[in-house]
Design a protein around this ligand. Structure first.
Ligand SMILES: [Zn+2]
Length: 297
């Protein structure tokens, strides 16, 4: 049969052409929705060895362009709360959550990589997650940053440009150190004003000029914005584009990130009273919690 001869010939060609080197990731040609087929050899152990910020290994698969499923966590403080506040995550709880991410096979990625996947497609780990922080609190540098460094987890830190270096807020030195470790720095406005309650001119300062202030102080590009209180207005939305941010982050209840919400990425605030069970629900993790729960009321 001619077909079987042809098949054998093709098989011979393919066999000869197969490189002996370490297999590289094969980008999926499928566009949206992103490839969801897990690699057969994928194990949580392998994911733990994935390098989040730079070199994709064979377990990373191409996602996007289009909608990419990636939970974006949002924290404000990692410290023992002086008051009863939902914004303060106890350091032990935060450490448990980072350990859980690691054990459950999640790989924190830079926000810019998620944006790249949405816009043009990019190789992502099987279970990507972005860890974001608002307000520029010093306790994030002092407590969250070292805990995340143990796992090589990058974060994105949204800074109030008018408060740079103020009491209890990080300054240029801390931010440069974090950036060198793979963190990304975004603008969280100039004065943390509610953008829905100020004039167009004041909003311009909060959205557009805050980027200039941060870039001048830090000496590297600031490409993302986070709306104070998660509040977006039509004028602020226009100013985001005037400032040429590549993305902007708001609040939400989904892990669905895509071209339609690139300038209002959905973030899941983590509250002070979340135990690992609740944390797992936020991530959509359905496996065993496996590590001892830390519950600090
Ligand atoms: Zn804020």
């Amino acid at each position: 049969m001619r077909y079987s001869s042809l098949f054998l010939f093709l098989f011979f060609l393919v066999s000869c052409a197969t490189p002996q080197a370490v297999p590289t990731p094969i980008p999926s040609k499928t566009l949206e929705p992103a490839t969801e087929t897990p690699e057969p050899s994928l194990t949580p152990t392998k994911l733990k060895t994935a390098t989040p910020a730079s070199t994709p290994t064979q377990v990373w698969v191409r996602r996007g362009p289009g909608i990419v499923h990636c939970t974006i966590l949002l924290y404000h403080h990692v410290a023992i709360s002086p008051i009863e506040s939902q914004y303060y995550i106890h350091p032990e709880n935060f450490a448990s959550q980072m350990k859980a991410l690691d054990e459950w096979g999640y790989t924190p990625i830079p926000l810019s990589l998620l944006v790249k996947a949405i816009e043009e497609g990019a190789a992502l780990p099987q279970k990507p997650v972005v860890i974001s922080f608002d307000d520029g609190r010093m306790d994030i540098y002092e407590t969250a940053f070292p805990i995340m460094q143990e796992y090589d987890f990058p974060g994105v830190f949204y800074i109030i440009s008018g408060g740079l270096g103020d009491k209890d807020l990080v300054g240029v030195d801390e931010l440069k150190e974090m950036a060198e470790a793979g963190w990304e720095i975004g603008s969280h406005s100039h004065s943390h004003a509610d953008l829905s309650k100020i004039t167009v001119e004041a909003s311009y300062r909060e959205v557009v000029l805050s980027r200039d202030v941060l870039e001048e102080a830090l000496g590297f590009p600031v490409t993302s914005f986070a709306y104070p209180f998660g509040t977006i207005t039509e004028k602020a939305g226009q100013q985001i584009h005037i400032a040429e941010y590549e993305s902007a982050a708001g609040l939400g209840h989904t892990d669905s990130q895509g071209p339609g919400n690139l300038f209002y990425l959905q973030r899941r605030p983590i509250s002070w009273d979340y135990d690992l069970k609740r944390f797992a629900i936020v991530l959509g993790w359905e496996g065993p919690l496996s590590i001892e729960e830390t519950s600090t009321p």
